[in-house]
Design a protein around this ligand. Structure first.
Ligand code: NAD
Ligand code: SER
Length: 317
């Protein structure tokens, strides 16, 4: 990667990924983009920034040509919970957006990284140690878009030789930007409330395990996979990756070790619970480990120590 365009750059992942990529590849070589200028000022001001609505293919073409881009990190998307409220919007952004990105990549010979998700699995998928290659019959519009996206990226690689790569991210936990409408968002909000009000009402039921990951590992995955030797990649477009798997009561107990007065109760959101119940309990990420050396650094204990320290600083507590 030499000249990179990041779409959806002001979201949960983009806000941190752009800054990491600018550190590695140089400020002027990472073009951040979003559909508006609302969001993280550091991202907008520390290097080139373009308005790119991914549902308008022309705007992607113009940004790629203007900056001579060779790699597109495509993050613009609608996430699982918002998607169930607005399925038509999700389809337009997630599917047409990806299609336009792939078309521009084909014409301009760009590499493409697009994240898939644990949502690409469904109720009939094996729940424990979910294999890399297994049944994928998701029952959310978000999951349907993720499976379709995986297949479309495979197709563009096989048919047109586009260098497409991707991972199936689990729920991502971070302190820089808030999550953007997903089912795993509770695992971020719990840290804010543990510090601010010492009380948290969880919208996911006790015992609901989902894969999760701390943001520094999620960012490393992008760089590691995009810089990996293509000869070693058998599963280009959707590597299972995970760092930990827990239910709400486990993250609560871990935070309580540091904030003994912290209390949690439950008010389950039926839509989010149905989505969570359809996803795996834990992924098998051995293909990523074997093919490009995936090896996350953070577990629940070390993530909790770092999250609380960084959030205390951010919230001036
Ligand atoms: P996010 O919602 O925080 O950010 C996405 C950004 O895209 C937002 O800033 C939004 O304004 C922007 N956007 C929406 N519509 C757009 C459009 N038409 N044109 C341009 N920008 C638009 O999401 P994120 O958490 O940063 O996720 C990025 C990618 O990673 C998505 O594909 C998501 O499905 C995937 N993913 C995220 C997680 C997670 O836990 N965060 C887990 C699995 C997969
Ligand atoms: N964190 C994401 C969501 O909950 C998983 O793709 O939608």
């Amino acid at each position: 990667m030499k000249k990179i365009l990041v779409t959806g750059a002001l979201g949960q992942i983009g806000s941190e990924l752009v800054m990491k990529l600018r550190n590695i590849y140089g400020d002027n070589n990472v073009v951040a983009s979003s559909r508006s200028r609302e969001g993280n000022a550091d991202v907008i001001e520390s290097g080139p920034f373009e308005i790119v609505d991914v549902t308008d293919g022309k705007q992607i073409v113009e940004a790629v040509r203007k900056h001579n881009v060779d790699s597109i990190i495509h993050l613009a998307a609608i996430l699982s919970a918002t998607g169930e409220e607005k399925p038509h919007l999700l389809w337009n952004v997630n599917m047409n957006g990806l299609y336009y990105v792939l078309e521009v990549a084909r014409e301009s010979k760009c590499a493409v990284f697009t994240p898939s998700s644990i949502a690409a699995f469904g109720p009939s998928t094996p729940k424990n140690k979910t294999p890399q290659d297994t049944i994928q019959r998701p029952n959310t519009i978000y999951g349907v878009s993720k499976v379709s996206g995986e297949l479309l990226c495979d197709y563009y690689h096989e048919k047109f030789g586009v260098d497409t790569r991707g991972v199936r991210y689990p729920g991502l936990i971070s302190y820089a930007a808030l999550p953007g409408g997903g089912t795993t968002d509770y695992a971020v909000h719990i840290y804010y409330e543990a510090l601010r009000s010492k009380k948290f009402t969880c919208n996911i039921k006790e015992g609901t395990k989902m894969d999760m990951m701390y943001m520094p590992d999620a960012l490393d995955a992008v760089v590691q996979l995009m810089e990996a030797n293509p000869d070693n990649l058998r599963h280009r477009n959707a590597f299972n990756i995970t760092a930990m798997s827990f239910g709400p009561e486990e993250i609560y107990r871990e935070i309580k070790k540091h904030i003994p007065e912290f209390e949690m109760d439950y008010k389950v959101d039926p839509i989010k619970q149905k989505i969570a119940d359809s996803w795996p309990d834990s992924l098998d990420d051995s293909a990523a480990r074997e093919e490009w050396g995936w090896n996350p650094k953070y577990d629940l204990t070390s993530m909790t120590i770092d999250m609380l320290e960084k959030l205390r600083r951010k919230l001036n507590l």
